[in-house]
Design a protein around this ligand. Sequence first.
Ligand code: ADP
Ligand code: TRP
Length: 331
Amino acid sequence: MEIVVSGIRSTGNLHLGNYFGAIRNFVKMQEKNQCFFFIADYHSLTTHPTPEDLHNNVKTALVEFLACGLNPEKATLYVQSDLPEVSELYLLLNMNAYLGELERCTSFKEKIRTQPKNVNAGLLTYPTLMAADIIIHKAHKVPVGKDQEQHLEMTRTFASRFNRMYKVNFFPEPVAYNFGEELEKIPGLDGSPKMSKSENENSAIFLADPPEVIRKKVMRAVSDTGPTKPNQLKSQPVKNLFQLMSAFSTPSTLKHFDDLYTRCEIRYGDMKKQLSEDIIAYTTPFREKIELLERDDIYLRKVAKMGAEKARASADKTIKEIRKIIGFKSF
Ligand code: ADP
Ligand code: TRP
């Protein structure tokens, strides 16, 4: 059985883009693979959260993972910082990770540009920590979005470098598991082609958003002044509204508004009203589960403990073997 590992940054609530882009695929993968899914809380320290925020974000991520259908009996669901083996492997990998290659990483260069006052060593070595997350379980596949492919390439470099250096065939070289055509990209409400919280908080609809918040966000979504001639090409923001409709409304609703657009009779206000009700119908079961789980600390503790135990059993085995390969011996 193939080993699948993926992590998700714990920076708050999941939005529809995260669900369609990542979590929904994790839910499918857990059926046929040995999956390890974790909440990347060590990684989140690069942004210096307060202790309360750190914990609350991990709890939110765990609750929402579960509400989305990740099953702790099938997949190993854990919190990264519950696995000290990861930080040991991170240290070991850093000894063979070179400044030049870390500095060339696109996400690092992006951080230098966007947060020049907080260019810490954690950001520089983000790819070695991510590699440690993945190879600690000797993963074969890593479901990630396009933005993570360079990190995965670096993971392969670190894994093969270790194999070469110690003349072993220990780590498999993990490949990105891309869902290709199946992947439905959810556009933003701000006219951008991808829903993203980090770009613009208001462009995203969160699974936990209450109905009135969803209505408000959708009604405020960017559109345009409307078509002036039949069959006019749609602007990007209007394309987004139709794309959202194709994801959340019925085909006949979509066709209804598309026909209105073609005939220049569309009123975006009506379209948005319909769209918000359809999104609310879609997210309500998620929100209800989130509300129940949030109050169930006993269950959450049980899930986290079980995940940590299963993940540690796998990580401990790898670390023991690595220590032996590297030459650590006890007297
Ligand atoms: P945001 O900008 O709102 O924080 P991102 O688009 O960066 O959201 O994605 C957040 C998380 O969801 C990341 O961990 C990312 O790897 C994951 N993700 C996003 N799109 C995909 C995808 N297509 N396949 C797998 N994971 C994805
Ligand atoms: N870097 C990933 C992101 O930004 C999160 C992550 C951390 C991850 N460790 C990982 C993803 C290991 C896959 C595997 O989304």
